[in-house]
Design a protein around this ligand. Sequence first.
Ligand SMILES: Nc1ncnc2c1ncn2[C@@H]1O[C@H](COP(=O)(O)OP(=O)(O)OP(=O)(O)O)[C@@H](O)[C@H]1O
Ligand SMILES: O=C(O)C1=C[C@@H](O)[C@@H](O)[C@H](O)C1
Ligand SMILES: [Mg+2]
Length: 168
Amino acid sequence: MIIFLVGFMGCGKSTKAKQLAHRLDCPVIDLDAVMVEREGQSIADYFATHGEAAFRELESQTLKTYAYPETCIVATGGGLPCFFDNIDWMNAHGITVYLQMTPPQLVSRLHNREKRPLLKGMDDEQLLEFIIKKLDERNPFYNQAKVIVNSFDLDAERLEEAIRLQNL
Ligand SMILES: Nc1ncnc2c1ncn2[C@@H]1O[C@H](COP(=O)(O)OP(=O)(O)OP(=O)(O)O)[C@@H](O)[C@H]1O
Ligand SMILES: O=C(O)C1=C[C@@H](O)[C@@H](O)[C@H](O)C1
Ligand SMILES: [Mg+2]
């Protein structure tokens, strides 16, 4: 079974993916990291040289063509579920889990903004405003996930339970 973790930048996808993979003794795949490795370029550099539209194409293609092991945890990019038919594809191929956080909680987790092309140069106030607006656009996609959990202070054991309750 493939478990896809989705949610806004900073909601804990990469951290929780590693913890869950450890508990379930299976590999973890971080799709942002897969693209960085394949392209030999950071995501910020990819955005700068090719633009966001090209990045979204690459991201969708990477999602759909990756050779996933039978059981694995996949940390997805923050925008991935919101483009093309990516959320439908994930729902058809595995269990989707939305790691939900409030905008102020996300602000408190989003350091290193210079590495994130969409957040570059923002202070806390601008970031909060941006997140509120973006979440409004993105929630209709994130909310199509099969499991929805508040991920602030969520430990991996409780996350595993929430997924099992729904699916395993
Ligand atoms: N339980 C926690 N308490 C405090 N900080 C945490 C906790 N879990 C994760 N973090 C920190 O929050 C930040 C975001 O976590 P993480 O990188 O896992 O999110 P993400 O959803 O993968 O974000 P993105 O892929 O957009 O970079 C990181 O700096 C991480 O170290
Ligand atoms: O929320 C987004 O649109 C993004 C999130 C990151 O994981 C990266 O995939 C990229 O920086 C874009
Ligand atoms: Mg991540």
